[in-house]
Design a protein. Sequence first.
Length: 233
Amino acid sequence: MSEPWADWEHVLKLDPDKELYEDDTFADVAACGTDALEIGGTLGMTEEKMVSYIEAAAEYDIPIYQEPSNPSVVVDTPALDGYLVPVVFNAGDVFWVTGAHKEWVRIENGMNWEKTTTEAYIVMNPEASVAEYTDADCDLAADDVAAYAEVAEQMFGQDVVYVEYSGTLGDPEKVRAAQDALEESTLFYGGGIHDYESAKTMGEHADVVVVGDLVHDHGVDAVTETVNGAKDA
Ligand SMILES: CC(C)=CCC/C(C)=C/CC/C(C)=C/CC/C(C)=C/COP(=O)(O)OP(=O)(O)O
Ligand SMILES: O=P(O)(O)OC[C@@H](O)CO
Ligand SMILES: [Mg+2]
């Protein structure tokens, strides 16, 4: 049976450390046309902020996945369809490859493996908090990105590979290189998607376009444009 993300084209990532835009509501967010919500962020995250976003989104009929940035913010609730847990393949600190994950399994009272999937992150924007946080080596050419993607799928069995340019629009050639290197795995692209064209461009190379900051900074109507771009790609 294929995993749900095999059918996704667009994901909206909500950061519980940020507010929704102006008069936008969670009902508006849920109706924007995206295939799923991912809830997570790097800075200022707490379990309380996570819970309030997950509970608000759970009122609506849309898949919700938590993307925890560390073990202490993981929320155990039936409101979640699952956990998408980053593993940063180009991290400088092994804590973000296996260390945090080991700590999570150690402190949990039994894991819900059915609901847990890892995302093989390739972090590409050195200015992003996620790059600083994980001490990622972002100095990667297209063939480096392709090789990381292939290693993730073929050697580590990763079903989701995520080219992450958080905060800036990336190089489509590097996204395409990752796609060309993959056989079955689903390629997520995130970073700087802000309109129909940018979503369409990245959607031509990635399987799933992830939109983050736009929903907080410009609102749901702007996100709907990106849904259209991703679906037309
Ligand atoms: C084992 C568990 C439960 C967690 C560890 C998970 C790992 C390895 C996290 C490291 C990578 C990370 C922080 C992922 C969070 C998702 C993400 C990339 C959010 C975007 O971050 P930015 O846009 O850089 O941050 P802000 O928007 O908060 O500034
Ligand atoms: O916030 P933006 O730049 O849209 O990035 C989306 C996502 O990839 C962040 O993890
Ligand atoms: Mg961000």
